[in-house]
Design a protein around this ligand. Structure first.
Ligand code: MN
Length: 317
């Protein structure tokens, strides 16, 4: 593995062609937005570029990839991943492609090198900002579609510029988007200004069933799949549901646990500055950022909730 600078990444991309971009499973605004930005930027510069179709993309974000995807990877394709911290984060059907990734662009702190080349900056709030810096270096110009994809990436990974990862650079890149697109208000309104009824029902259930520990500094929220179903909640409705317990006054670190379709438990931990969600999740074989991290465990929902309660209480002491 070679760690690249922005300039070296730009040069390497300018030399090559026939790019296919991979995104992560349970795709969020950052992996989808940064891949769309990269694909459009490469095309603007005369390259052949596609995004490999992600079967888990949700209706809320599907417009970002419209006209950019293809369904298979050919032998001559050069693979790039955006916002992918490990081979295990790739969608199940394409984990076999991990060995073929030529360049990984990412910002996960606990990530491990697994590709030929990588540009990883854990201080960057979003992967989208890194892709933007690379494209600027390559001579690309933001157009409206690129600005909308980029703004989606950075606003979702910063909780609309509220999380502790938000840097001066984040605002500068957001300003560059606002210079180009008339859609900032509309994107904010759709991503942050409205809440679906199923989401409110789930939040209300969580409020009545979550466990508060360590004098209310820790919250543990096991969310049975049956509750999600009965509330009529989709993945779009539940995006960032793990941020909900942490938003309660006094909570320093919180875990939300969901049952996956294959019988495992997906844990998401959110922490305020001074506490390390990534460290907690690493104990369970996962990882992520200080403020937001995750792990998947093979336990029952109750067992996993108990284990998390113990781990979170320890990290408060
Ligand atoms: Mn990200």
């Amino acid at each position: 593995m070679t760690g690249l600078t922005i300039a070296e990444t730009a040069n390497a991309l300018l030399k090559g062609d026939n790019y296919v971009i991979l995104t992560h499973r349970r795709p969020d605004g950052d992996t989808l937005g940064s891949s769309a930005l990269l694909c459009r930027g490469l095309r603007q510069l005369g390259k052949t570029a596609h995004i490999l179709e992600n079967p888990e993309i949700t209706p809320k974000y599907i417009h970002l990839h419209q006209g950019l995807t293809k369904q298979t990877v050919e032998a001559a394709d050069v693979l790039i991943s955006t916002d992918v911290a490990s081979a295990g984060m790739l969608p199940e059907a394409v984990t076999c492609l991990a060995d073929r990734i030529w360049l990984r662009i990412d910002h996960h702190r606990t990530s491990e090198a697994f590709t030929e080349k990588e540009l990883v900056d854990p201080d960057s709030a979003s992967c989208g900002e890194l892709v933007y810096d690379i494209l600027v270096q390559m001579g690309a110009q933001l157009d409206v579609a690129m600005a909308n994809a980029l703004y989606t990436a950075i606003s979702t990974d910063t909780g609309c510029f509220r999380f502790a990862n938000t840097k001066p650079h984040t605002f500068r890149v957001a300003a560059a988007c606002a210079e180009v697109t008339p859609d900032i208000f509309e994107i904010n309104q759709s991503l942050f200004g409205t809440t679906s009824l199923p989401r409110l029902k789930v939040e209300s259930w969580l409020l009545q069933n979550m466990q508060f520990l360590s004098d209310g500094q820790v919250a543990v929220c096991p969310l049975p799949a049956e509750v999600e179903r009965s509330c009529g909640a989709t993945e779009d409705d539940l995006e960032n549901i793990s941020g909900f317990p942490r938003s309660i006054e006094g909570v320093k670190i919180a875990a939300t646990l969901r049952e996956t379709a294959d019988g495992l438990i997906k844990i998401s931990v959110r922490a305020v500055p001074g506490y390390d969600a990534g460290k907690v999740c690493a104990k369970f074989g996962g990882g992520g950022h200080r403020g937001a991290a995750g792990a998947t465990v093979d336990m029952s929902l109750e067992q996993a909730a108990e284990a998390m309660a113990k781990a979170l209480k320890e990290c408060i002491q």
